[in-house]
Ligand binder design. Sequence first.
Ligand SMILES: Nc1nc2c(ncn2[C@@H]2O[C@H](COP(=O)(O)OP(=O)(O)OP(=O)(O)O)[C@@H](O)[C@H]2O)c(=O)[nH]1
Ligand SMILES: [Mg+2]
Length: 227
Amino acid sequence: MNENLSNYRLNELRTKLSVRPLDIMLVGVTGAGKSSTINAIVGNDSAKVGVGVNPETQDFKPYYLNEYIRFWDTPGIGDLPTKDEINMQIIGSYLNEQIDTIIEDRVVGKSYLIDIVLIVIDGSGRDLGGVYKLLNNTILHNIDTNRILFVINQADVAMKGNHWVNGKPDDVLSDFLNRKTESIQKRIENEIHRKILRPICYSASNEYNKKVLIDYILDNMCKTREI
Ligand SMILES: Nc1nc2c(ncn2[C@@H]2O[C@H](COP(=O)(O)OP(=O)(O)OP(=O)(O)O)[C@@H](O)[C@H]2O)c(=O)[nH]1
Ligand SMILES: [Mg+2]
């Protein structure tokens, strides 16, 4: 529990990432567990976690895992429609923000601030309406599909807490999670008319599969950042 990940794959990051940190923005509906995910990875309680589905995070804030990886926490969608509109506009402007690329103190060009959008889905529910809203209203207009990743949190309560044994899913829950992942992938592909990578499942509050989550992010950002 609470394994420190700040040195995880560090040599690889050090040799391959010559410029600024990888920036990963977590988005999703309120209560999906974006802030909990950041806390599980970054390893302390720096991102404030809400109670149940009450909206908690109100602003856009960066959290460093180490000097090479930075996560951005964002407010969840599904609160007030007017607030959702504003937050989706802000997400769009972050995705379009370009910053100087600096190598050895020299500006060598411009690149997007946000490298990857991580869409955090609550694995305990079925409703993908908030995810579709985010995709259709802002994400798809502002970033290439190959820089969007989908992940499923709250694996522990996917079957209402049943079949979660000793900090991991038993065979019944594993099978359920596999089918759920496949179904979420297909539903999203139908909605956006594009192929997506098969999502992975984890549990932020149980720290289950958090290395799988980091691997998933690092292994799939190779196209843009050559990891
Ligand atoms: N059982 C379970 N609960 C979780 C998990 N991840 C988060 N939660 C709980 O879900 C609730 C919401 O978590 P947050 O991390 O605040 O969710 P958020 O997506 O940041 O929410 P907003 O900031 O409102 O957008 C809290 O009560 C968490 O403890 C998980 O993996 N399993
Ligand atoms: Mg939050």
